[in-house]
Design a protein around this ligand. Structure first.
Ligand SMILES: [Fe+2]
Ligand SMILES: [Fe+2]
Length: 291
């Protein structure tokens, strides 16, 4: 059978995209150790504080958040250990992920037409929305939802240069077929930014649930055992209030039917939920600041 030259070049480009995921720098060793410690049932506020103290940026961020007005304490923390107790391990975990990813997520993404900190603001808006929605929908770990929201579009960092090269073609396919960009990415590159994000998450040895939430944030899978986190991130991505005039279908801000089913939501619940979310997000203003 003759081999189609365009499919050969697509295959070659896909291989190149996947290789660039494998070339991503590993997470800093200090963050990996700390994330491991936070998952250890024998960890204490003291052992966690000792590891935080090894990282200046993280120390400053942990103290800033623990002493922020949102935490509601009048007396500032005297030590990192006290800050860890105030925040709890789950929120400290979110702060570790925020600190290691703030730099890359703040970069300008010329391909996706996102200016400086454009992806950061979107990511924090989705993360804060995921946290609020998790609480409203009784998901047991809202901080986990925060991290899923924060990292959901991380694959865009890798795919940006390829989107840049094919931008006019991507936009014309999107407009002609009323498709969101992620579906056109899949058509053109053989993988979308969610798939790339899932590979990056595997490369960084993120927990399975988080990896799957990133991988399936646009289309939660009905075949996997627990897609609640992916469904929450999908909902948060669709409902996060943002200043954009773009068509929600083209912007990919659509709630997937599988997410509705997993979260047991009915269509008539969405508008009131979105209205309450908009009000609830005022409590998350502090998180927009870069660590
Ligand atoms: Fe996305
Ligand atoms: Fe997104």
């Amino acid at each position: 059978m003759p081999v189609n030259s365009s499919s050969v070049s697509t295959r070659r480009r896909l291989d190149e995209i996947i290789r660039s995921v494998h070339r991503l720098r590993p997470l800093p060793a200090s963050a990996t150790r700390l994330l491991k410690e936070l998952d250890d049932p024998h960890a204490t506020a003291r052992t966690v504080a000792e590891l935080i103290a090894l990282d200046q940026a993280l120390t400053a961020y942990v103290l800033k958040v623990a002493n922020s007005a949102a935490m509601g304490y009048l007396i500032p923390c005297a030590s990192i250990q006290e800050a860890v107790v105030r925040l709890g391990f789950k929120q400290v975990r979110s702060l570790v992920y925020s600190t290691v990813t703030a730099g890359p997520l703040s970069a300008r993404l010329a391909g996706y037409r996102l200016g400086d900190q454009g992806l950061w603001y979107h990511s924090v808006a989705v993360a804060s929305s995921a946290h609020w929605l998790a609480t409203a929908l009784h998901y047991p770990d809202p901080e986990k939802a925060y991290v899923g929201g924060l990292l959901h579009d991380i694959g865009k960092l890798v795919l940006d240069q390829y989107v840049m090269a094919d931008y006019p073609q991507i936009i014309s396919i999107m407009r002609a077929n009323r498709l969101p960009m992620w579906q056109v990415e899949e058509q053109l590159f053989g993988i979308d930014h969610a798939g790339i994000g899932g590979l990056a998450a595997t490369h960084w040895q993120f927990p399975t649930e988080l990896t799957e939430a990133i991988r399936y944030h646009h289309a939660p899978s009905p075949d996997l055992p627990d897609q609640r986190l992916a469904a929450l991130v999908n909902l948060a991505n669709a409902l996060a209030p943002e200043n954009q005039t773009e068509d929600p279908v083209l912007a990919g801000k659509i709630i997937h039917p599988v997410a509705m089913e997993i979260l047991r939501l009915k269509p008539e619940q969405i508008t009131p939920l979105a209205d309450r979310l908009r009000e609830g997000l005022f409590a998350y203003q502090d998180r927009l600041q870069l660590p």
